[in-house]
Design a protein around this ligand. Structure first.
Ligand code: ADP
Length: 260
């Protein structure tokens, strides 16, 4: 009898946590459904196109010209990209291991990434300029590499021909800042708060050759947060975007145990 009230409280708390769990599961279920729809949509477009080309060739209506074969090849590449991204996502979901912190020469790492992405930029005659300070960071090299590749590739993807990308690093009291600025298409105000969400893409028509499925920034944000940092975005539609990756200044290998 004495415990009557506290029992009711416990039951209330239990109901509350069941509700929370149910809503989290519901959210997961929604994401799963969206993923399935996204994948089928992404795959259907190139498959329809490939089938179209092959049908007319097999029916003898059109010759298998180089142009047609190139087009088929491009669609195959699109599917390939999608499957690569799905693989990355699955790998990322299953990996929850600790960060492997080491001292990294940031300028060297960035130069290496720019070198690797240069051919992509050159296809669109995009010029990449770097202003890199001598900065050492303590971070997980592979993961930071992935973040930088994602954000710099986006700058290339979402910037038009003859555009410009400006990469700058600098220190302030709290953070080591890596700024990646482009003069590309920009991000509409209503989308800017959503771009880090899983599967979020500003251009939902997916008929552009951008290839992504909207997970690059989700992964980037989570990796930077694991390093106790954050990412800031500034963008003006049709003027360009700036992504600033901020890593804590004072992080050294002694902090390693706190990171997971
Ligand atoms: P995606 O694979 O679609 O590129 P991301 O998660 O990397 O996925 O980015 C999410 C969305 O944010 C993109 O679809 C794009 O609309 C927008 N975005 C990201 N970077 C830029 C940028 N530099 N300029 C304009 N839009 C961008």
């Amino acid at each position: 009898k004495l415990n009557y009230k506290s029992n009711i409280k416990e039951v209330d708390e239990l109901i509350l946590s069941i509700n929370k769990l149910a809503s989290a599961l519901n959210q997961q279920e929604k994401l799963r459904k969206r993923l399935t729809t996204d994948i089928s949509h992404e795959l259907r477009t190139p498959i329809t196109s490939i089938k179209g080309h092959l049908d007319v060739i097999i029916a003898g209506i059109w010759e298998p010209t180089t142009e047609r074969l190139i087009s088929i090849n491009e669609e195959v590449s699109r599917m390939n990209n999608l499957i690569d991204e799905l693989g990355r996502l699955a790998k990322y979901d299953s990996e929850n291991e600790e960060l492997e912190i080491e001292k990294i020469d940031l300028a060297k790492l960035l130069k290496n990434i720019v070198f690797n992405l240069e051919s992509k930029a050159m296809e669109k005659e995009i010029y990449i300029e770097c202003e890199l300070q001598e900065i050492k960071i303590s971070a997980d090299k592979k993961k930071i590499y992935q973040v930088l590749v994602n954000i710099i590739s986006n700058a290339i993807k979402y910037t038009g021909e003859k555009g410009k990308i400006y990469i700058k690093t600098y220190n302030d009291d709290e953070y080591i800042n890596i700024s990646i600025k482009d003069n590309g298409i920009g991000i509409p105000v209503e989308d800017i708060n959503h771009i880090f969400e899983r599967f979020y893409r500003v251009d939902k028509s997916r008929n552009k050759e951008t290839g992504g499925i909207g997970v690059g920034l989700t992964i980037a944000k989570s990796i930077i947060e694991k390093h106790k940092g954050n990412i800031i975005v500034r963008s003006d539609i049709s003027k360009g975007s700036e992504f600033i990756i901020r890593l804590p200044n004072k992080l050294d290998s002694n902090d390693k145990r706190h990171l997971n």
